[in-house]
Structures are given as structure tokens and as C-alpha cells.
Design a protein around this ligand. Sequence first.
Ligand code: BG6
Length: 791
Amino acid sequence: MFVAVLLLLVTLSVQGRNGEKKAEAQRPGHVSVVIVGATGDLAKRYLWQGFFEQYVNQVSGGNTFSFYGGGLSPASTATPIFFEIVKAVSCSKETSPDRCALLKEQFLRLAEYRQLKTLEDYQELAKNIEKELQQEGIPEAGRLFYLSVPAFAYADIADKINNSCRPASGAWLRVVLEKPFGHDFRSAQLLASQLGSSLKDEEMFRIDHYLGKQVVAKILPFRVENKKYLDPIWNKHHIERVEIILKETLDVKGRIPFYDQYGVIRDVMQNHLTEVMTLLTMRLPVNMSSTEEVLQNKMQIFSNLLPIGKNQAVTGQYQAYKTSVQQEMNKTKDHVSLTPTFAAVLAHIDEAQYEGVPIILISGKMLDERVGYARILFKNNVFCLQNHNSVHCKPKQIVFHFGHGQLKYPAILVSKNLFKPVLKEGQWKEVTEHTDVDVLGLPISDYYVQTPSENREAYSELISQIFAGSKNSFISAENLLASWGLWTPLLSSLAGSFPRIYPGGADNGDMLDLRMKGKDISYSSEVVIIGADQMSGTSAKDFQVMQGKFRSAAMVSAWSEELVERLAADIQASAEAAVREGGVFHLALSGGSSPLALFHRLALHHFSFPWRDTHVWMVDERCVPPTELESNFHSLHDHLLQHVRIPYFNIHPMPVQLNQRLCVEEDAGALLYEKEVRKLVNGSSFHFVLLGVGYDGHTASLFPNSKVSELGDRLAALTESPVKPHQRMSLTFSAINQARTVALLVMGKGKHELITQLSRMKDNPDKWPVTGVKPDDGKLVWYIDYDALLG
Ligand code: BG6
């Protein structure tokens, strides 16, 4: 093989696109590039072109090259195909035809195809490289292996490289890996440890081609360059929401056997969109070129992202997908795939800066247009009375437009009602002449627009960084696992759920429109099935709220939704009466899951509730720190207290944690709570106590056979639960039965058996604690939904 020997020996440090020096100086010399999977689609479309551009850039820079295309096919069959692909590379516009022809000819002469299947093949390759080095008498700079093969082959190839193709010391080894890096957290971890046994971390370059997109690579530099404008507004007070969107028009025909195992969340959200999200929200590094600092700041975002639950995602599948699966995977007509080709996910970061700011990630195949962007939409508090066309009345936004769409080119757009962004270096330019186009609700002339001076393919950009040994735009193992850590629980909770089927393209109409409510996201055109609609053939009026008696006390019954509405209304009425009468309302609330719907109802619908005069007490608590999800107070805080305007000093969590320990008798936490009740609640008589009942008949944290009736006048006590966490603190019967109103809420089919038993049972508080609830002077009302009542 011909080796281009160049006269000028200089170091191979390159200037990154954003100007900073990207890598340490490296020893110049010979570089062997090996693309494994050399005739595959990715290699054909991007890799050879990227390596050619790199070769052209480096040709006068002191290095020499050889390029090997590797694959499983024997050289006799693959070589002609290989050369067809390599011949198709193209020069930049500035290169003259003659020079281009010369460069291409040189490049072709430096390239050869080799079968790379067995360990012997890799050993042969290594021998060949060494022979060339000796013949030419040049030092070796390094060896670059680009694995453009399915991920299951990585570990084996890495092992072969390790065993046979390591260069002598002083020269580098770089192995480039393409996603998917695993299928979920565990598989990614396994792959990382398999690869780690053959390759050092600094030798691995995990590609996410979005990090090579010019606009994505510019997000952090843009934030730094415009810090003085962005610092005051890059927070929850100013940001309305963040959208990270990748819409595609194509289907996945031809790659179904791969795609069907992955789906849109694994294919583009876990990687591309997540990376963009971290770049937009991470703390700015002091030193932009410090890989470690950038990584640490990214990791901080990962650790502060709230878990994404089932209610924070919707999925879809384009209609024709099913048939393609049947055809490409040889499945029968009744085979159903649940793999989503569309998903919309709502993320939130638990940091004061971004608290409550919705981050929406959306991607899908077969949508109406191909476009990728991230938009930061700001709140606009300007109200225009007459001149509605003034830019001040319009959306305030920054759009990182990755490409395609109406605009057709990559750009960063800042609406003119925000600020004029700084244009720092020659690699980006301002666009002032526009074709008539709208971008996300604003005519292009309402934006300051910046675009790269020269458009570069993401792969070419990343390849030049691999040469430079710069790892800033690659995915570290830590980053990868953190991202899987975020997505794996959602993927597990979505397994088995049916995606919404959409026709594809413009016909999707409003089918994929979304609605955000609190932290949840849903399709906006969803039909809500509630109440009587669940009973086919039964008219709504037959199932309205019904009143009656249960265990000689008052009972209200309805379908769950109406029951909760009614209970919330009754609590509000009781609150208003108490405030009218004495200026204060004392409400004691239970934990567990039953009251959650009630909390939501109160938070979302009862805006006139007198929270300012309400004191919230706890019926019981688990002996865990309040930061734990299991803590009743934690749940009360998340589902109710943080959403209503209640003064902090009106909130009375149970003191389960004293002296850095949990529920120790001698710390007298229960006594402390009792004293607080006696101090603030008139006659220790709560106005309203909300209770639930467990399958074993327990109520509050008063469990069967625990002598709870022997607690006498005590208002609060430590108790033992048969289930974990065992230690509890609870109001006693004495406290509960002094209340003016006690509500017992029972919901769900699972409680039908219990309700049937309770309806027949005599009072026996030791065995069935709930039967000990008998207000002395107040009233008891059972709120039982139809599922629990009728089964
Ligand atoms: C790839 C996904 O990583 O990214 C493809 O596997 C997707 O399914 C592609 O089409 C999108 O990349 P781009 O650069 O076209 O936006």
C-alpha cells in the first residue's frame, strides 16, 4: 500500500469549531484507520466522507495515513463494493476540480478492503500495519478502529483488537463505538464491563452524532458567550417551558428487526434528546474544554432529574408499522408489536433554578415534517393593547434549530424582544437576508439569526475530534449509565402498554396533540372515561351520589371520581364553617394512596379553600425521614401542600425524627405532638379527621391486636405495623374520637370483601381497629365508592 509521506512534521492539535484548542499536542506520524463494517449504511453515508475530509485537512499537517475497510465478507466479493463507496466521496466547494481529483486518487490509493472475521484476520492486519511502518521508516502516531457493526459484536471485536492490534507504546489506540450502547441500565452496564476488560476508558469513543451537529455543539459556547443576557432569565421565573423535538417523516421500513427491539425512546430519546437536555440545563463549566468539569456538571443534572413515571409519557405507533413488522420479521397477521414509534415525555429538574419548568421531549417517525430543534420559550408579561404586530407582544424564545424544517439550515434564533446575541468568532455568521419563512410562530425577521459559516456533517466533525483525541463530544460510561438510569424505569413501566395508533403524515391531524397538567402529560384528545360511562348500558342518573347508612353511621357512595368530589366539597364546607365560627380550621389527614385523589382535587379545584386559616395535622406517620418517598408527610407535601397557599407555620408534621434517630420512645416524639395539639387545637378536638381502612381493618396506624384501645387519654403514640416500615406514630382513638367530623374513605374493588365483612361485624377494636372509631360528640361519615361497595 502506498503511504503518503509528508514533509512538514507538525503536531496534530486541531482547532475545534468553536475555537478552543481541543487537545494536547500529539506525536505526528502514521495513522491507520480501520472501519469495521466498511460497506454498511453508516459507513457509506457518512464515515468514508468524514475520513476523507479529515485526510484532506491533515494532508499538509505531518501525518501519514492508511485506511482499511473491514468486514465479514471475503475480500474478493467486498472489494468492488468497497471501492464504489470510497470513490463516491466529495470535496468541498472551495477545492478546485484538479486538486479534488488528486486528493481522491491519493485517498483511494491509501485504502484497501480486508476481511476481518477471525483473530487471525486481525493478527494479519496488525502485521500489515507493522510491515508498512518498517518499510516507510516512519513513526507510528496511532490506530483508530471505527466499529460500525451491531452492538452485540462489540465485545468480541474489542477483545480481538486488544489481543492483536495494540500499537507499540507511544502510539495511541482509539476505538469508536456507535449506539446502541445497551438496551437498558443493566445491559449497558454489562456491555461497559465487557468492553472495559479489553479497552481502557480513554481508548473508547462512544459516538452520539447529535453532539457533532453544529448547533448542538454550540449550545454551551452560546450560553457562555451570552451569559450576561442569559443569566438573569435562565430560570423558573422567566422560562415558560423547554421543548426538545425531533420530528421525522420517514418510517422505519428496512430496519424493523433492529427497531422493534428498541423503539423511539431507546433510539433517540435516551441519547440524542437527553444530551441536548443536559447541555441546555447543566451549570456552565468554568473551563469549557475540561472534559471532567463538563461531565461533572452533566452528572449533576442527571442526579437532579425527577424520576419519569408513566404519567409523564405518552406513546404512539404509526399504523403501517404493524404490517412492516409482520413482513420483515416473518410474523403472522395476529402479531402485535407494542414498540412505540412516537413518544412525548415530560421531564422536570428538582433544582431551585428550574423548579416547575416543564421540559418536553418529543420524537416520532411518520410525522408531518422533518425537523429537529430545542426551544426555550420565555414568559412574556408585555400586554399590547393596539399594536399586536409589535415583536414585544410576540413569543419570546431562543430556538436551537438543528436543521431541516421550513428554515432548512442549522441556526440559533433569538427573538428580537429578548436580546441581540454576541457573535464571537468567524465560524458563525449572522443571517440578515431572509426568505419569507416562519419559525415556531414568529416570522424569521423577528429573530436575530446566526448560522455556521460553513455547514459540516456531524460525523465529519466528530471524526476530526477523534483524530485530535478530544473527548468532549463523546459519551462517557458514567454519562451513559446515568442516562439509562433515567430512562429504564420509564421503559419498564411502559412495557405492555398500548401505543396510540396514528395514520402518519398530515393525516395525524390533532391525534398527537398533547396536554400538560401539573407534572403529567396526556394526549389532549383523549376521551376521559369516568363515572357512569364505565358501566356499559347503564344510564348515568342510576349511579349518582347515593346516601345511606353503613354500620349505623352516615354513608356517602358514588363512583370514585364523584365520591372524591363530594368529599372535597364536604371538607371545604366544614373548613368554611369552622373559620366563620372560630377563625381557624384543624384538619388531620391520613397517609397512604387512597387520599391522593382527594389531595389532587383539593389542589386543582378548590381555589377558594381557606388554606390561610387551616392547620394541617397528620393522622399517622411512618418512622422514616421525611425525605423518603415512604414518608406520609413527603407524599402530603408533594400532592397537596406544595400546591396550595398554606402558611408554613400551619403545617404540623409528626416528629418521627428527633436527635438524629427515628421514633425512639425516650425522645418522646408522640408526647411532643400531643402537646402541640393541646396547645393549638381547642379542646383537642380536630374539626375534620380523614381516615382510611386497611385490608386487616387497621385505621390510622392503629393495628389489630396491638392493644390500641389501652392508650387511654394519650393523643398520639408510637405503634407497630405488621408490614414495613414497622415503626409508626399515630393519633389514638382518644384523639380521633374527640373530632367534630371523622371521614372514613374506602375505595377500590380490592376493598369489597372488607366492606362486606365490616357490614356484618360487631365492634371489636382490638381485632378490627376501625370499629373503634366512634366520635364522642362528632359525626362519622363513611365515603365508600361503588367498586368497594358493590364489588
Ligand atoms: C439515529 C436514529 O440515531 O438518529 C434514527 O437511530 C434517527 O432512527 C436519526 O432517524 C436522526 O438523526 P438526524 O441526524 O437525521 O436527526
